[in-house]
Design a protein around this ligand. Structure first.
Ligand SMILES: Cc1cc2nc3c(=O)[nH]c(=O)nc-3n(C[C@H](O)[C@H](O)[C@H](O)COP(=O)(O)OP(=O)(O)OC[C@H]3O[C@@H](n4cnc5c(N)ncnc54)[C@H](O)[C@@H]3O)c2cc1C
Length: 510
């Protein structure tokens, strides 16, 4: 077969496909753990973080589960399940520790202010939703990670917290909100590009922009994996080899994972959901909002379509966005091909994909309704959060593309997942990241999980354990159960990341 006819030389220890935040995080972790490791990065576009990790392609929310209601589902008995929220809050603390380490090492000198403090608020209206938010607040107060959160049903207090949201709102409507002052807005694009600049400076690391990985297979002669890579500028193809391959290609990961043909890849499918924002162009309006305000998703909406009115800080400029509005496209990447979805369908994932479709009729209905939206419909959705919004102050922006994971399931045949999934071979020589949520905020904990699966022996050594504790001081500990450590680390990371002084308080204002 053509694939094996050209003998290739032994390549780098590691190849990372894609220059998004996941590859950047893994690359730096590996280089810190084993400085002599050699790494090549292949990226199909001409610069880093041009897909989902770019600032305007995502919402830049440092997901800590302070304001995202989809992380605290209501149980059938009416109680709130806080477990996912606690896990996400812990993961974000790990990310802050990792970024603090990068700053302390001087790695992020050219990414000033990639993270800013911004209050995270949840806002709901209607008696049932108010009841839910109060119960959610009570449930989260059981863990110190959420102490400092404030809850209020007082319209005057809410008007003080979020004037745009409360002005000209129906006074008869019951409303409630929570506020957490230590929320953050993160420019993941600036952060990713700075991490790659640092990686490129390290000995043994080579970046190959405008190089698309077209195919991959196990190398019989050299061990590890062989890749067919095309230089998209010259259209020249070549083969390269590596011992460990990470497919961090975002929406492009599923197709590459399928090509690997590892048994663990079988039965996975992908369902693309596009995104759009309304971006505010009126400086006076932008200046009147100072928060990320998350609401409740409509019935049938995927969890990542929870509407939010967000203050952003992008390249030193304050911005305001509302969305996301979901869109449907068969592309798996913003700059991908309309053939991405059809080409991803194989014999092994056809049944799970069909069954997931059958079990998600409300989602299909929701997406059709979203795609059919007129500019007036979009303004109507915005006015639920900002009643005085004027159409001339807002323009439409295209956000990043997400590929939701479809998985084989014993009972249902196939299920649609809204989280992320690391898929790796039993021998640990290859791993891929599928899915998108909670995403960039949890890149560090996702990559720590990957190290556990793919480098178990090295991870068990004293050297790697010690180094990981230097990088992420809470590594190996359950932060949620360790308030003393958690509070001390929050204080430390807030200071290093320039987020202001963190004052722990167990009192919460009502
Ligand atoms: C609308 C939206 C809102 C979001 N909001 C948030 C948020 O508020 N907070 C948060 O934490 N996360 C958020 N996310 C999720 C977050 O953006 C992603 O989880 C994260 O950016 C994924 O990073 P990545 O490195 O896996 O992928 P990407 O950043 O997409 O990088 C993948 C790279 O691989 C390259 N590539 C693809 N195929 C190939 C190939 N064959 N060969 C070579 N290169 C290839 C691509 O060009 C791309 O540069 C959001 C995502 C979307 C779409």
């Amino acid at each position: 077969m053509a694939k094996n006819k050209k003998p290739t030389e032994k390549g780098p220890d590691v190849i990372l496909i894609g220059a998004g935040i996941m590859s950047a995080t893994l690359g730096i972790l590996l280089k810190e753990l084993q400085p002599d490791i050699t790494i090549d990065v292949y990226e199909r576009l001409d610069h880093a973080a041009a897909e989902s990790s770019d600032a305007w392609n995502n919402a830049g929310t440092g997901h800590s589960a302070f304001c995202e209601l989809n992380y605290t589902p209501e149980n059938e008995d009416g109680s709130i399940d806080p477990s996912k929220a606690i896990k996400i809050a812990e993961s974000f603390e790990q990310s802050k520790q990792f970024w603090s380490y990068l700053i302390q090492q001087g790695f992020l000198r050219d990414a000033p202010n990639f993270i800013r403090s911004i209050p995270h608020m949840s806002f709901v209206w209607g008696a049932d939703n108010v009841d839910y938010l109060r119960k959610r607040y009570d449930a989260l107060q059981q863990n110190y990670l959420f102490h400092g959160m404030q809850y209020s049903e007082d319209p005057a207090q809410l008007a003080h917290w979020m004037p745009l949201v409360m002005t000209d709102r129906n006074p008869a409507q019951p409303v409630a909100a929570t506020r957490m002052d230590i929320g953050t807005d993160v420019n993941f694009g600036a952060l990713t590009r700075a991490m790659f600049r640092r990686l490129t400076d390290m000995p043994g690391v080579n970046m190959h922009f405008a190089h698309e990985v077209r195919d991959l297979w196990r190398s019989k002669t050299l061990g590890g994996w062989k890749l067919k890579v095309e230089n998209v500028t010259t259209n020249k193809e070549r083969e390269v080899q590596t011992d460990f391959l990470f497919i961090g290609a975002g929406g492009g990961s599923l197709r590459l994972l399928e090509k690997s043909d590892i048994p663990e890849s079988r039965g996975f499918g992908g369902f693309p959901v596009g995104g759009q924002w309304l971006k505010c162009t009126n400086r006076d309006v932008i200046e009147r909002h100072q928060a990320k305000v998350y609401g409740k998703a409509s019935v049938g909406a995927p969890p990542m379509s929870v509407p939010h009115l967000d203050t952003r800080m992008i390249d030193g400029k304050r911005e305001l966005l509302f969305g996301p509005y979901a869109g449907f496209s068969t592309k798996f990447l913003k700059s991908g091909s309309y053939m991405d979805l059809p080409k991803s369908i194989q014999l092994s994932n056809m049944a799970p994909m069909l069954m997931a479709g059958l079990h998600n009729i409300p989602l299909t209905r929701y997406l059709i309704q979203q795609v059919m939206q007129s500019p007036d419909d979009r303004m109507a959705a915005l006015r639920e959060y900002y009643p005085d919004a004027r159409r001339e102050d807002w323009e439409l922006e295209i956000a990043g593309q997400r590929v939701q994971v479809i998985k084989k399931d014993e009972e249902e045949g196939g299920v649609l997942e809204f989280g992320t999934e690391v898929v790796s071979a039993a021998d640990g020589s290859i791993a891929a990241l599928l899915g998108a949520s909670p995403g960039a905020s949890t890149a560090v904990s996702i990559m720590l999980d990957l190290l556990k699966r793919c480098f178990p022996e090295k991870l068990a050594t004293v050297e790697w354990q010690q180094k990981l504790t230097d990088i992420i001081p809470s590594y190996g500990q359950v932060l949620a159960d360790n308030p003393e450590l958690g509070i001390a680390l929050r204080k430390q990371t807030s200071e290093i990341l320039g987020l202001g002084e963190y004052e722990y308080t167990s009192d919460s204002a009502q």
